[in-house]
Design a protein around this ligand. Structure first.
Ligand code: SF4
Length: 183
């Protein structure tokens, strides 16, 4: 039997909802596992970033919001033969892209000083312990080469399974016009 295609997933500047949709594959996961094996994913295994293995295909959720997102995207590009922008945040910037209406300084002041849920009596805005915000949110393809995209916020689970299997088999990918999760 031929070796299975090695796939992985990672989240960057998103909400993890695209990964939740992945866990909603339910029995469709068995169809995916017939042709592929997960080599790397934050929801399945604990892998240090300096131990990321080589993968045939990686599905990356989220855009580039901060310097850690950018650095990790560059590492993942090196580690994978094919990069898929997974979800609308990765493809377009998505909901986090609304932050582009404000400067990074305005966003930090809102989060750390001004929001109604903030408790920060010393008025400290962390500068060392959290990754620095980039000047604006960017889609993945603005930072690294992207080979394919699966839009949706999040994509429907059945479409995820279809697309993963098609990409693994090297077959044409068809994405329906309506690819939002049912609510
Ligand atoms: Fe979350 Fe939607 Fe972005 Fe996926 S595309 S990370 S579900 S906001």
């Amino acid at each position: 039997m031929a070796d299975k295609v090695k796939i992985g997933t990672m989240w960057l500047g998103g909400c993890s909802g695209c990964h939740i949709a992945l866990t909603d594959l339910h029995e469709l996961l068995l169809d995916v596992l017939d042709v592929a094996e997960f080599e790397f994913s934050p929801v399945l295994m604990d892998t240090k970033y300096d131990e990321i293995p080589h993968m045939d295909i990686i599905f990356i959720e989220g855009g580039i919001r901060n310097e850690e997102n950018r650095e990790l995207a560059e590492v993942l590009r090196e580690k994978a033969d094919m990069v898929v922008a997974y979800g609308s945040c990765a493809e377009f910037g998505g909901i986090p892209g609304l932050g582009n209406l404000y400067t990074p300084e305005e966003l930090e002041e809102e989060a750390y000083l001004n929001s109604c849920s903030t408790v920060n009596p010393d008025g400290i805005i962390p500068s060392e312990s959290v990754p620095h915000l980039e000047s604006r949110v960017r889609p993945l393809a603005d930072v690294i080469k992207v080979d394919a995209a699966l839009p949706g916020c999040p994509p429907k689970s059945e479409v995820i399974a279809q697309v993963v299997i098609a990409l693994v088999k090297g077959e044409p990918v068809e994405i329906p016009d309506n690819n939002l999760c049912d609510v």
